[in-house]
Design a protein around this ligand. Sequence first.
Ligand code: SF4
Ligand code: SF4
Length: 400
Amino acid sequence: MSHTSLVFNSPFFDTLNQKERDDNIAECLTCGICVSRCTWYDGEGGPNPRQMVRMAQLGLDDLLAQNPMIWDCMVCNHCTEACPMGITMGEVIRKARSLKMAEDLIPQDIRDGIKRRLETGDVNGFTKTDFIETIDWLNEEIKDENDDPKALIPYDQQGARYLYLPNPRELGMNVMHLTAMARLFYAFGEPWTMSSRHTDVTNWGYFIGDDDITRTMALQVVEAAEDLGIKTLVLSECGHAFVVLRKLLHELIGRKPGFNVMSIVELTLEMAEKGAIKLNRETHPYPIIYHDPCNLGRKSGVFEVPRRLLSMVCREVVELHPNRQNAVCCGGGGGLLQDSTSLKKRMISGKAKADQIRVAGAKHVATACLSCHRQLTELSKEYKLEVKVDTVAALAEEAL
Ligand code: SF4
Ligand code: SF4
C-alpha cells in the first residue's frame, strides 16, 4: 500500500503559492462554491474543483497528478468566476498536468499529436508536400467558379499584408471552411497568403501545461510569419490558439513579434465596419444563437466582436443564459475534444449546453471556435436538438 504525505513546501504548492492575493491557492476557503459552479460535476461525476485545489494546497502532488480528474476538467474557469478568492482553476489544472508524475495520464491522442506537431509542424503530421497538393487541388476547384487569378489561395507570398493560419481540420475533413475563408480574403481585396512552412493554428502544449512545448510551437508560427514579412497574422476560429497566439504570445516568447495578431472574425468585422465588404443580413432571415467559447470569451474578454458580426448576417442574435463571462462550456474544452476516447464523457459534460440551446429555441447555432463547432454538432445529434451549427466567419462569408 502506498502512502501519501502532506508536503506544505512541495514544488507544486510553491509554484501556485507565488500568485498575488485573491488568486492564491493558500487562500482557499474550502467553501465549495466552485463545485456548485462546475456544470460537469453538477452532471454525473467529472472534476471536483474544491478537492483538486485542496490537494494542491496540501502539497499532495502525487495524489493530484495521478488523478484522472485533472484530465476531466475542461479548464473552462466557470468555477473561477464565482470563487470568492479568485482562484484560477485553469492554472491549477495546467500546472498539475505539467508535473512529471502526471505524464502517464496524458491522453494518447494528445501525446501523439504533440509529437507530430513538433516533428512536422502540424498536429496531424500534414507535410509541406501534403499542403501544396491540397491547395493546388482546391485552386483547380476555385478556377471552375471564378476565373480571376486573385480568387486563388496564395501561399508563401513574401510581403503579403495578411497570413492566414488555419485549423488542421480546414486542410482535412473541412476544406470547405478553408475555401470559404479564401472567399472572404478575396472580398477584402488586400494581399494575403498562407504558409507551406507552417500550417497549424493549434497548440496542444497549452493543454498539457508545458510552457517549453507551448513556446516551441508558438515560435514555429512566429518564425514562419516573420520570414514572410507579413503585417498581420490572422488566426482561424480557434479558442485556445487565440489565448496562446494573441493573449500570451509576447510573454511566452519573451519579445514582441514582428506582426499584429487578429482572429478572422475580428478582421471580417473590421472590413465590414469600414465598408470594404458588404454583408446581407437577409442571407439568414431567422434568429441564430451565439455560443461563447470559454477561451475567446471568459479567458480573453472577446464577447462583443463575434456578436456584432453575427448581427450583420442574420435577422437576430439569440443569447443563451447565462452568457458572456458566465457562459457554460460546450463540454469539449481543455483537451477533452482532442481525446478520441472521450465521446461518452463529452456528451455528459456538454449536457448543460445542450439544455441551454433547447431552451433558447432557435434552430441555428453559431460560435467562433472550430472545436466548439464540432462539440456542438455532436451534442445536437446526441440530444436530438436538430440545430444547424456554423462558425461566425463561415456565416459572414455566406452573407457576402
Ligand atoms: S470556490 Fe474558491 S475558495 Fe471556495 S472551495 Fe472553491 S477554490 Fe476554494
Ligand atoms: S470543468 Fe470548468 S468549472 Fe469544472 S472544475 Fe474545471 S474549470 Fe472549474
